[in-house]
Ligand binder design. Structure first.
Ligand code: SF4
Length: 339
């Protein structure tokens, strides 16, 4: 993983590690992860198998929310490589959303009318075991500044596109100099109205939301939407709440999308608490995705019928504005498909 190298003014005390230092010292070795979390030796072999298929990456800020020695911890299950990742059941594929068919320029994915997705960074601050892009060919889709010109030309020549979505990897894993440049280019395109950022970094390393980031985010003329990716209420600690507050003060609307994951959030009480906690942090629940059938993640699947029962029961516990929409992404469809 490439680690950004900007110097930043910091919110916290000068002695605290910067977000880049936190990212660079993330645990990337499955044995070290098991040791740090007090997991018994029987987990090591599976962790090694999963790691060879999709590398381990977990920063300390996230690790600190996991209960030591608890193998059923819902945050641990999202980041611990396991032997089930080597299973290859039919229907689970490398590119479940068929994104390879929708790339008109390097770094650009255009699937839906009115909006495009830009792969602003090939890196993540955490490797989530269920990630639908765990096999994505990032090396073919990480443009240099010069190479972004094709994507920007595509946007300039398509007046029907009103929204640019920064994605990745995690777009906020890029350094602020690069992001400020890219957003500066986007805001010069008159028909672009909105900037959407899909990110897990404010959750994984809350210190990422620093002054350097807020400078370019707060100054852009584009309307700003930050879509966070939080699957369980335990992921939201006080540092995350404060990061969200800073994003809102910069003018961003905060939404959340979750993935419905077996063993993580597949109970009504867990989803109820998640929505409540999101709202307390100033975030509105947006989507609850069923799992995209990516190879290596089948053990997280919750069948559609069970998902529908869960969402029906959830309605009995939450007001409408705290209900996420249960959806599936179907390749070739013009939008997400409600279930
Ligand atoms: S942060 Fe997002 S893109 Fe990165 S591994 Fe997790 S789910 Fe995938």
């Amino acid at each position: 993983m490439i680690v950004a190298s900007d110097n930043h003014e910091r919110f916290n005390e000068a002695s605290s590690p910067t977000w880049q230092q936190q990212l660079s010292s993330a645990i990337r070795d499955p044995h070290a992860l098991c040791k740090r979390l007090g997991l018994k030796s029987e987990w090591l072999s599976g962790a090694h198998t999963g790691h060879t298929l999709f590398e381990t990456c977990v920063p300390e800020a996230y690790l600190s929310r996991i209960t030591y020695g608890d193998t059923s911890d819902p945050l641990l299950r999202q980041v611990l490589p396991v032997s089930d990742e080597a299973l290859t059941p039919s229907g689970y594929v490398l590119d479940p959303l068929e994104e390879a068919d929708h790339r008109p320029a390097k770094g650009l994915i255009h699937k839906y009318a009115g909006r495009v997705l830009l792969i602003a960074s090939p890196n993540c601050a955490i490797n989530c075991r269920y990630c639908f892009r765990r096999h994505f060919p990032y090396s073919d889709n990480s443009p240099s500044r010069a190479q972004w010109q094709d994507a920007l030309d595509y946007l300039r020549s398509n007046p029907t596109i009103h929204e640019a979505i920064l994605s990745g990897g995690d777009p906020l894993a890029a350094n602020d100099r690069q992001l400020a440049w890219l957003v500066g280019e986007l805001e010069k395109i008159p028909h672009l109205k909105r900037l959407r950022i899909h990110t897990r970094l404010p959750v994984v390393i809350p210190d990422r939301i620093d002054n350097a980031l807020l400078a370019w985010l707060g100054n852009t003329r584009l309307q700003k939407v930050v879509v966070l990716h939080i699957n369980h209420a335990n992921e939201i600690d006080q540092a995350v709440v404060e990061a969200c507050t800073r994003l809102k003060e910069a003018g961003a609307t905060l939404l959340n999308q979750s993935v419905l994951l077996r063993g993580v959030n597949d109970e009504v009480s867990t989803l109820t608490t998640l929505s409540e906690r999101l709202f307390e942090a100033g975030i509105l629940p947006y989507y609850l995705h069923v799992l995209d059938p990516v190879q290596g993640a089948a053990h997280f699947d919750v069948p559609d019928d069970e998902a529908r029962v869960l969402i029906t029961q959830l309605r009995e516990h939450l007001p409408g504005f705290l209900m996420p929409r249960l959806v599936r992404e179907v390749p070739g469809e013009a939008s997400k498909t409600p279930l």
